[in-house]
Write a protein that binds this ligand. Structure first.
Ligand code: NOJ
Length: 560
């Protein structure tokens, strides 16, 4: 296995709107980020992934881009961005930018041109089709509810939008479009950025006939997704992008890929295939969803998590490389989701961090995770800002006949705004995020949960994360070691081994609030030499092969 800097890095995701507001307009901005770079450096971060800061009408908080080569006014100027990049580099950190090229905004000039006439030179930058009689060209659905097609009177045709109708899908079949994208990518790379996180990049190749989904009701993801996820030319497009752009720079790449399985991910990340380095897969994030998708709530069965994570750990070993994440701007807060955000908030957040950071792959921390930020509950639907939540509520409750309370409950558990409330920096008004009116309300628990408190308290989640990150820097075993699951059927304990060049790790985590007995299986050969980290004090004489775990306890032993 090749050793590379991006395998040894820990990444921190910034969601700009909610990170830090420097000018009191209630919206996070680039200058606000610069103010907090020392905090990130102290935490031990190597790479910052910046969610979109490009020009955008903000239908989907910047994931709808109207100019790929300019900065959103809310966030600052290109000069601010240049300063951010150099301040990041000055501190020995790297910056990767979000690349959103499955779709643009409908306010992008390409689309403005494209919609003008059927023979406009930009027409084929997007996917236009005539309707079927009075109906849409096919039965695909938008991820944000409703049909995936929007009728445009001007040319009497529909355009495809897998996301909102203000996010028309770009037509990757068109080589001219592909070249424009590559040019734009190089423009950013030549400014000195260190790579890209690529938004839904496995959606860019669609089955050209755009066929109807045969059974649109029976679905886990939206109707039609089998025709646009991992489509027929996806590997060809990524290999072309690699040849034209990625291969020319020493950078990091990670592709966000809903609906990718391990076999497909091997193809995307196999270094001999010249595509990407990592993918963000979603299998572990779908385990608490029922057959009707994300809003269909289902409790997590820990055995499912083990099965899924283990499949990815062993599947990509020696072939590709895993990205490790439990949070991002689209997911609820993990401590509220797989942990306990009340009496065991600190313990369970540390346990989840341990579980993740001891795996093989590159760990990603989402802003606020390092201080154990929790989900939000707004009483009124009107306080939510996310287009996915609002469209879903409208479809199910306002226009449909689903029960308000039941839908609100699903929003409390799964809504994306859970991750998007402002970072709680201190216990002053609005958690120190802004001196103005925040664009989305701050979680009222900022008085007790905030970064200032966490930095001061040596037993905080923040300091525990620092230690997790430091350990990864000290032990190649944590980065490169081979993974082996133990106790696959245990319902509360997730335990695994890592091994590398004669060294071993034993990681034992309790995903429950019960006291549970751990017994090292007899067929596992391991002799502990030291405790690397744990979220409770451990009695030095305690036997590593048989002990009782406290609620949400995590222990990591190193040995041979
Ligand atoms: C995935 C992004 O993470 C999400 O926030 C966005 O809404 C969609 N892609 C569309 O860009």
């Amino acid at each position: 296995m090749d050793k590379t800097w991006w395998k040894e890095s820990v990444v921190y995701q910034i969601y700009p709107r909610s990170f830090n507001d420097s000018n009191g307009d209630g919206i996070g901005d680039i200058k606000g980020m610069i103010e907090k770079l020392d905090y990130l450096k102290e935490l031990g971060i190597d790479v910052i992934w910046l969610s979109p800061v490009y020009k955008s009408p903000n239908d989907d908080n910047g994931y709808d881009i109207s100019d790929y080569q300019d900065i959103m006014d809310d966030f600052g100027t290109m000069a601010d961005w240049e300063e951010l990049l150099s301040e990041i580099h000055n501190r020995g950190m790297k910056l990767i930018m979000d690349l959103v090229v499955n779709h643009s905004s409908d306010e992008h000039e390409w689309f403005q041109e494209s919609r003008k006439s059927k023979d406009n030179p930009y027409r084929d930058y997007y996917i236009w089709r005539p309707g079927k009689g009075e109906k849409e060209p096919n039965n695909w659905e938008s991820t944000f509810s409703g049909p995936a097609w929007e009728y445009d009177e001007q040319t009497n045709e529909y355009y495809l939008h897998i996301f909102s109708k203000k996010q028309p899908d770009l037509n990757w079949e068109n080589p001219k479009l592909r070249n424009e994208i590559y040019k734009m990518m190089k423009w950013w790379l030549d400014k000195g950025i260190d790579g890209f996180r690529m938004d839904v990049i496995n959606f860019i190749s669609k089955v050209p006939a755009l066929p109807d989904a045969p059974n649109p009701e029976a679905k886990r993801y939206v109707s039609g997704s089998q025709y646009f996820m991992n489509g027929p030319r996806i590997h060809e497009f990524l290999q072309e992008m690699h040849k034209e752009v990625l291969s020319l720079y020493d950078i990091m790449t990670v592709g966000e890929m809903p609906g990718v399985d391990v076999e497909e991910a091997k193809k995307y990340t196999d270094q001999n295939r010249d595509e990407l380095q990592m993918v963000f897969q979603f299998e572990h994030m779908d385990l608490d969803s029922g057959p009707n998708g994300k809003w269909d709530l289902k409790p997590l069965d820990l055995r499912d998590l083990k099965e899924s994570i283990s499949k990815w750990q062993t599947g990509l070993h020696g072939v590709g490389w895993n990205s490790l994440y439990l949070n991002n701007h689209d997911q609820p807060r993990i401590v509220s989701r797989f942990g306990n955000d009340k009496e065991y908030r600190v313990e369970s957040a540390k346990m989840l961090g341990t579980f993740l950071h001891m795996l093989q792959g590159t760990p990603y921390i989402y802003q606020g995770e390092e201080i154990g930020m929790t989900n939000i509950k707004f009483d009124s639907i009107n306080d939510y800002q996310d287009i996915e939540i609002l469209n879903m509520y409208k479809e199910k409750v306002t226009e449909g006949n689903e029960d308000h309370d039941k839908v609100m409950e699903s929003i409390y558990v799964k809504g994306r705004d859970n991750a998007r409330t402002p970072i709680q920096w201190d216990d002053t008004e609005n958690g120190g995020f802004t001196t103005g009116d925040p664009w989305i309300q701050v979680n009222p628990n900022y008085k007790t949960i905030n970064a200032k408190q966490a930095v001061k308290d040596e037993h905080s989640i923040y300091h525990y994360y620092r230690k997790l990150i430091k350990l990864r820097k000290q032990h190649d075993l944590i980065v490169y070691g081979e993974y082996q699951l133990i106790l696959p059927d245990h319902e509360q304990i997730y335990a695994y081994m890592r091994s590398y060049e004669g060294e071993k790790l034993l990681v034992v985590t309790n995903f429950s609030e019960q006291y549970v007995a751990f017994q090292l299986p007899e067929d596992v050969t391991f002799k502990a030499e030291e405790v690397l980290i744990g979220n409770y004090d451990i009695d030095g004489i305690e036997d590593f092969s048989s002990f009782t775990l406290k609620p949400y306890e995590a222990r990591v032993y190193k040995g041979i």
